[in-house]
Write a protein of this length. Structure first.
Length: 564
């Protein structure tokens, strides 16, 4: 009978616990578990065992990306870069459970998936998001989700403290963690039971106490702009107080620092790197729109790429902005303050984990970029590695099974040709990936498919569908003077354009609920014309843009039958 044993010999072991690396280590794997970890030879090895010579190489636990939005065709990209576990932050529950179970059952390649479904919201924008009306209903919803098989509980913007407390109490009673994406101070939410936050959300807000700081924060109306821009107004004198509470509570912070890279000078380098990866014929299955999203770094926040501004020029346009209204200089200040906060949190023993927001960024390689950013912020390479391994597993609630290379744990490991303790960029030098005790084929395969397609084409990473609700007038007379309209609705952006029939007309963004537009006189011809709003799209690919509902606009003759 075959032993089904895998032995890794001679490598330098970084087991994830933070201690001194073990040279000339041996790791013995039997079936899908780590059977033995030793310094030096492991003794007698069965003749039919598979032996991997790791001399001159580094052995690490499999890496964990604690913030992704799973899509159909990401599995091979995660695995190729050593990412063996991911946390999905929001999908249709039935679909993501099917993805998780199919991967676990070996039906197709991918990392382990931990999921929560659509999550809890104060106001739903998609059918799979849940909105409890009170704490009692929140508890019942959590019970139902746990029964259906979720791995944790997630809350999003504007969920009240009372609802959050009820969600956390029910989740904790069942041994599950609760995490949140906040738009206000983290302090009361940590007290209410939130175990961790995405994007370090709520941390900057907790430090902003001055009247000017609060006014500055209130002036940023667009939600994605706000969760980056808030760091520009963070007040350093309050860092210590916030960090003290977070460390005492053991609250996990996932900063998603990689999201700051594109507007802060990394865009060109990342595009070149991603282009080299996507040139592989084995990735021919990656759809065009996803390629554009990665190669052009088309984030909702960053706007179009352009030539660098001349020295000393202050740029407030789309070139260096969030939503076209927040200047790059402000981003640099904010990023520096985020770095300082993360460094102080690490020195205080806080729990920092890696997350990337893939598929907004290229899956797999983006996790290595995140570790590089953590080291750039002040973490040691060992701390950055632990953020992606041991601490990441703790955030998943999987520390008994994953995150370190120890006897009895699941056999998720990677082997690098370089030493990431000397240079964290060497974490990219992945040569071997072992998941669930099996050596993974790291090649890309043009035949790779997902047998269970995602049930919706709606993308978080493109602009949302605008909603046109009210127009200041809906009737005009042929050939009257240019008409200025006030338009009300939802999800408008600086790049939104009003269309009068098939013709775009001059549009001014006021805020996310208000636009003004001018209908030129020459377009006023008798008839009924649809008035619509079109949100921006990259390179005119329609499924990354969005068009509103239409309201009818009537153009009539004057009362005398003659044009005015």
């Amino acid at each position: 009978m075959a032993s089904h044993m895998l032995v890794i010999q001679g490598g330098r072991l970084i087991d994830g616990n933070g201690g001194k690396p073990v040279d000339n280590a041996t790791v013995v794997i039997e079936k899908n578990r780590i059977k033995r970890v030793a310094s030096g030879p492991a003794g007698a090895i069965p003749q039919d065992a598979t032996v991997i010579d790791a001399r001159g190489k580094t052995i690490l636990p499999g890496l964990i990306d604690n913030h992704i939005h799973h899509r159909d065709l990401l599995g091979e990209l995660f695995l190729a870069f050593g990412v063996t576990s991911v946390r999905d932050l929001g999908n249709h529950l039935e679909w993501i459970l099917a993805q998780r179970d199919a991967v676990n059952g070996g039906r197709f390649a991918g990392p382990r998936i931990f999921c929560a479904g659509g999550g809890f919201y104060a106001r739903a924008s998609a059918p799979h998001q849940q909105v409890p009306k009170d704490p009692a209903e929140a508890k019942q919803m959590v019970k139902a989700l746990i029964k259906r098989g979720v791995d944790y509980v997630k809350t999003h913007l504007h969920v009240s403290l009372e609802i959050t407390r009820a969600l956390a109490e029910e989740a904790h009673a069942a041994g599950f963690k609760t995490l949140g994406h906040l738009d206000t101070s983290i302090l009361p939410y940590a007290e209410a039971g939130i175990d961790g936050v995405e994007h370090a959300s709520g941390c900057a807000e907790a430090t902003i106490r001055s009247a000017q700081g609060l006014a500055n924060l209130a002036s940023v109306k667009l939600w994605l702009a706000k969760f980056l821009a808030c760091w520009t107004f963070a007040e350093r004198e309050h860092y210590a107080e916030v960090i003290d509470l977070l460390t005492k509570k053991g609250t996990f912070i996932e900063p998603t620092m990689v999201l700051w890279g594109a507007p802060l000078g990394m865009r060109e380098q990342w595009e070149r790197e991603d282009y080299e990866i996507l040139k592989s014929s084995g990735l021919s299955y990656v759809p065009e729109n996803l390629r554009l999203q990665w190669l052009d770094h088309y984030y909702l926040a960053y706007g179009a790429r352009a030539e660098p501004a001349p020295a000393q020029e202050v740029v407030i346009g789309n070139r260096y902005s969030i939503y076209g209204i927040y200047p790059r200089d402000g981003l640099r200040v904010g990023f520096e303050r985020l770095q300082e906060f993360i460094a102080q949190l690490a020195r205080a023993g806080g729990k920092i984990v890696t997350g990337t927001d893939a598929a907004a960024v290229m899956p797999g390689i983006s996790l290595h970029r995140e570790m590089e950013f953590l080291v750039g912020a002040g973490l040691t390479p060992m701390q950055a590695i632990q953020s992606a391994t041991k601490v990441g597993a703790q955030y998943l609630g999987q520390e008994k099974e994953l995150g370190t290379i120890e006897e009895g744990k699941l056999a998720d490991l990677i082997i690098l040709s370089g030493d990431p303790l000397k240079d964290i960029r060497q974490s990219r030098t992945v040569e071997v990936v072992i998941k669930d005790g099996e050596v993974i084929d790291r090649a890309f395969h043009s035949s790779f498919t997902n047998p269970i397609p995602r049930p919706t084409g709606i993308e978080f990473y493109g602009y949302p569908i605008p909603r046109l609700e009210k127009v200041s007038r809906q009737v005009a007379v042929e050939n009257e003077a240019d008409i200025e309209l006030s338009i009300q609705g939802k999800d408008f952006f600086p790049g939104s354009v009003v269309y009068f029939g098939a013709s775009p007309v001059p549009t001014k963004f006021l805020n996310q609920q208000d636009l003004s537009a001018v209908i030129p006189r020459h377009l006023l011809r008798v008839g009924t014309v649809p008035l619509t709003i079109v949100n921006p799209r990259p390179h005119e690919f329609p499924n990354l843009g969005a068009t509103s509902n239409g309201l009818p606009f009537m153009v009539r003759f004057s009362s005398t039958g003659q044009a005015k």
